[in-house]
Write a protein that binds this ligand. Structure first.
Ligand code: SF4
Length: 264
């Protein structure tokens, strides 16, 4: 959607699909839905169809055209593993990530069951790629913890947790095989409160397990006032990654040709 993002843990967003349907407590005040529905019926607007799920094939090539390396949040306005997105289309999205390998891709889902199934089958060829980070959302014990177990067993290289909006104390979290943890509170007019002890507990567990910890925000009704300082400091840790030099203009044109062949 955008070559720049205000989300603290990424540089850009890329939305080859738009829209989604709610699946768990964390979706209650989905920002993507609120944003998308604002434009329902506005002819020619990218969100003319509100939050209805749809494929956006014309966006597939976008990361190849970005000539500086970025961390890219894939599908900030959707969920790539939603049941109504065809396997073939998901395969195309991952093919582009493989081709444009000078970026880091952050793929976040609330549907890790399908993600795991696909990485055991049609997406197997992408499972060793370290520039593709696969994450799952965790908002509470009931929905979040089972997702962590699925992600742990998934055939992927880099795994992360987005614990946002954190809705309750998660207690002990099994961080085995997790490469990154992001924590954040809900923001917006109906934001549900997050207690500092819940965040501190996760931060301490990350520290003792040597898992990079990123504190995104306290959230609340006025998130610009609550900020993102925890215990007097900001936590910005991320997994280590290799910097890949992007190709020059001619190289990009060649890759676009290659992508066209893959995507037919
Ligand atoms: S899964 Fe994500 S995008 Fe889909 S409704 Fe829930 S919060 Fe919104």
């Amino acid at each position: 959607m955008s070559s720049q993002s205000k989300i603290e843990w990424t540089d850009a967003t890329w939305n080859p699909t738009r829209g989604c349907t709610k699946i768990s407590a964390g979706c209650k005040h989905c920002y993507a839905e609120t944003f998308s529905e604002r434009f329902r019926g506005v002819q020619g607007h990218p969100f003319e169809f509100g939050f209805d799920l749809r494929l956006v094939p014309e966006k597939l090539y976008e990361p190849i055209k970005w000539q500086t390396s970025k961390k890219i949040f894939v599908n900030s306005m959707s969920d790539l593993f939603h049941k109504d997105i065809p396997d073939d289309f998901i395969y195309k999205v991952f093919s582009i990530m493989k081709i444009a390998d000078w970026h880091i891709y952050q793929v976040l889902t609330k549907r890790p069951e399908r993600m795991k199934l696909l990485f055991d089958s049609k997406l197997k060829e992408f499972s060793k790629l370290k520039h593709i980070w696969i994450g799952t959302s965790v908002e509470n014990e009931k929905h979040g913890k089972p997702r962590i177990e699925i992600l742990r067993k998934a055939n992927v290289s880099v795994r992360f947790l987005s614990i946002e909006p954190l809705l309750e104390d998660l207690g002990k979290v099994n961080l085995e095989k997790m490469d990154w943890v992001i924590v954040g509170g809900e923001s917006g007019p109906k934001a549900r409160l997050m207690e500092s002890s819940w965040v501190e507990s996760i931060q301490k567990q990350c520290k003792s397990e040597n898992v990079p910890f990123f504190f995104k925000q306290w959230g609340g009704v006025r998130k610009h006032l609550t900020g993102r300082v925890l215990k007097g400091q900001t936590f910005n840790a991320m997994p280590k990654f290799e910097i890949v030099i992007p190709p020059n203009r001619t190289g990009i044109l060649d890759l676009l040709k290659e992508a066209k062949k893959v995507l037919v």
